[in-house]
Design a protein around this ligand. Structure first.
Ligand SMILES: [Zn+2]
Length: 220
């Protein structure tokens, strides 16, 4: 695989991730990303348009086994104390969160995952909490798996008009199966971005609230 390791200093700290060129634009792979602010800022600065995060999860659903893959259809944010926007103290309006994941990137992940293992689940809610969030708490929200990353990344990515989708891997994201899906993904990413992710800020743009330079969009 020809991934390029990118390391970049940002106003939010150092970011490190792998990128790969594709006719449809550069994509980046994050792994249990603890600092989505730096990672997504750096991805945007590198000209990335699609971001995939491999996320380690604990199962909430008793049917899920170690190594199983979940491409979640929904997200429950049980985090607390995390800054969930780049646009603090800016009045750009509300960005809709449905669908929460880029549908086009998610579909490519599903196809790639299904080619790797039949133990791929494509309907399910991912809960994202803190390290002390209990499985029982996630279950009360009807979550199927519990992670500690991908929120607020899913919201932040929208603010920077990036496609973002996750593959949740029961037991651990740094796994052979996870790597195999990422390797396979290249064949399944569409050449053209037909999702709406690239124009989430269009209403603010049309109202003259933001300039063409996305760096100036970010709040204090
Ligand atoms: Zn998209």
């Amino acid at each position: 695989m020809t991934f390029t390791l990118t390391s970049l200093n940002t106003p939010f700290g150092l970011a490190m991730f792998a990128t790969r060129e594709h006719v449809g634009g550069t994509w980046a792979v994050l792994l249990d990303e603890q600092n989505p602010y730096a990672a997504l800022y750096a991805a945007k600065a590198q000209g990335v348009t699609r971001v995939i995060e491999a996320v380690s999860v604990q199962p909430c659903d008793r049917l899920l086994e170690p190594g199983d893959l979940l491409i979640p259809s929904d997200l429950v944010d049980l985090t607390h104390g995390r800054r969930s926007t780049f646009f603090t103290n800016r009045g750009y309006g509300f960005i809709g969160q449905a669908p929460v994941w880029c549908p086009q990137t998610r579909q490519a992940l599903i196809t790639a995952a299904q080619a790797i293992t039949p133990r791929t689940f494509v309907r399910g809610t991912l809960a994202v909490g803190e390290v002390d969030t209990q499985i029982e708490d996630a279950r009360t929200w009807n979550a199927h798996a519990l992670a500690v990353t991908s929120a607020p990344a899913a919201f932040l990515a929208k603010e920077l008009e990036l496609c973002y989708a996750v593959i949740a891997i029961v037991g651990g994201a740094a796994s052979e199966r996870g790597n195999a899906v990422i390797a396979k993904l290249m064949q399944h990413l569409p050449d053209e971005r037909t999702c709406a992710c690239g124009s989430t800020m269009q209403p603010a743009r049309e109202r003259g609230l933001i300039s063409d330079d996305w760096r100036t969009w970010i709040g204090d």
